[in-house]
Ligand binder design. Structure first.
Ligand code: SF4
Length: 250
C-alpha cells in the first residue's frame, strides 16, 4: 500500500484538510488528547493497522473496484482522508463482533489464493459456511438497500469469492447493517463463463498495470468516483496528460 499518512481532519479548521500528516504524527497528535478532530489514538491506530496488512497477488477487492484506483493507490504515495477510511474501519468493527459470535463451523476472515492464466489472485471473504455452501459478506452502509438484491460491485465481489475458495458454494449473501437495522440480500450465483468473462476483462488490465506500469483507463462512472477515491487528484492530473497527448497525437 502507498498511503503514507492522512489529511488532517481538524473539524474546527476546514482549510487544514489540506494539511498532510504522517501516520506517526497523526497518532502522536491524538495521543496528546488535545487534538481538535474527533478521532482518538486507538481509532487511528486501528485504521493504520488495517491499511498496513500485507496482501499478495491481485486481490478480489482490487478487481471489484475501479482498476485505475487500485493501481494508483499502489503506485503513488498519497495521503488518505481519515473520514473516508473511518467508513471502512466501521465495517471492520462489525466484522470483529460477528467473527466472535460466528457459527461453530464457520471459516472467518481467512485469505485464499488461486491462479488464473498464471496470475495469482487473493481474497478474504468474511464468512464461509461450508456445510451450507454459503459465502457471506457483511457491509456497513448509511442506509440498507431498499431493494432485495446487493449492489452490483458487492455481487461481483461475492461471486469472485465463490470462485476463489476451495469449497462448493451455491449461495451468496450480503448482510447490510445500518444504524437502524439489518438486511440480508441474496446475490445471484454466476456461472463459470460469467466469472471467466470478468477475469478475462479485468485481470490483464491490472496485471499490465502492476507489472508494466500501464495505467488503467479512468472510469468516472464508478461508485468510488463519487467521493470515495483517495487518489482522485492523481487520477485527474494523469487524465489531463492523457487527453493532451491524444490531442497532440491526433
Ligand atoms: S477518480 Fe474515479 S476514475 Fe479516477 S481512480 Fe478514482 S475512482 Fe477511478
Amino acid at each position: 500500500m502507498s498511503i503514507v499518512g492522512f489529511k488532517c481532519a481538524r473539524a474546527a479548521r476546514r482549510h487544514d484538510r489540506q494539511k498532510f500528516v504522517s501516520f506517526k504524527d497523526c497518532i502522536a497528535c491524538a495521543e496528546t488528547t488535545a487534538n481538535e478532530c474527533h478521532f482518538t489514538a486507538p481509532i487511528i491506530k486501528a485504521m493504520v493497522d488495517r491499511e498496513e496488512e500485507e496482501r499478495e497477488g491481485i486481490t478480489v477487492t482490487q478487481l471489484s473496484g475501479c482498476l485505475r484506483e487500485s493501481y494508483l493507490r499502489y503506485k503513488y504515495d498519497h495521503y488518505a482522508d481519515l473520514e473516508q477510511l473511518y467508513f471502512a474501519f466501521r465495517g471492520e468493527l462489525a466484522h470483529l463482533i460477528i467473527e466472535r459470535y460466528q457459527e461453530r463451523d464457520a471459516i472467518a476472515e481467512q485469505r485464499f489464493y488461486r491462479e488464473y492464466n498464471g496470475i495469482k489472485i487473493s481474497g478474504k471473504p468474511d464468512i464461509i459456511l461450508p456445510d451450507k455452501k454459503l459465502v457471506r459478506d457483511y457491509k456497513t452502509a448509511k442506509e440498507v438497500p431498499r431493494f432485495s438484491y446487493p449492489y452490483r460491485n458487492h455481487s461481483q465481489q461475492l461471486n469472485l469469492y465463490a470462485w476463489l475458495v476451495p469449497y462448493e458454494i451455491n449461495r451468496l449473501q450480503v448482510i447490510y447493517l445500518d444504524m437502524k437495522g439489518v438486511k440480508i440480500c441474496d446475490a445471484t450465483l454466476w456461472g463459470k463463463s460469467e466469472i471467466e468473462a470478468l477475469l478475462n476483462e479485468k485481470l490483464p488490465v491490472l496485471d499490465a498495470a502492476f507489472n508494466h506500469g500501464v495505467v488503467p483507463p479512468a472510469d468516472f462512472d464508478n461508485w468510488q468516483c463519487n467521493g470515495w477515491c483517495n487518489v482522485k487528484s492523481i487520477c485527474r492530473k494523469l487524465y489531463e496528460e492523457e487527453l493532451l497527448s491524444k490531442l497532440n497525437a491526433g
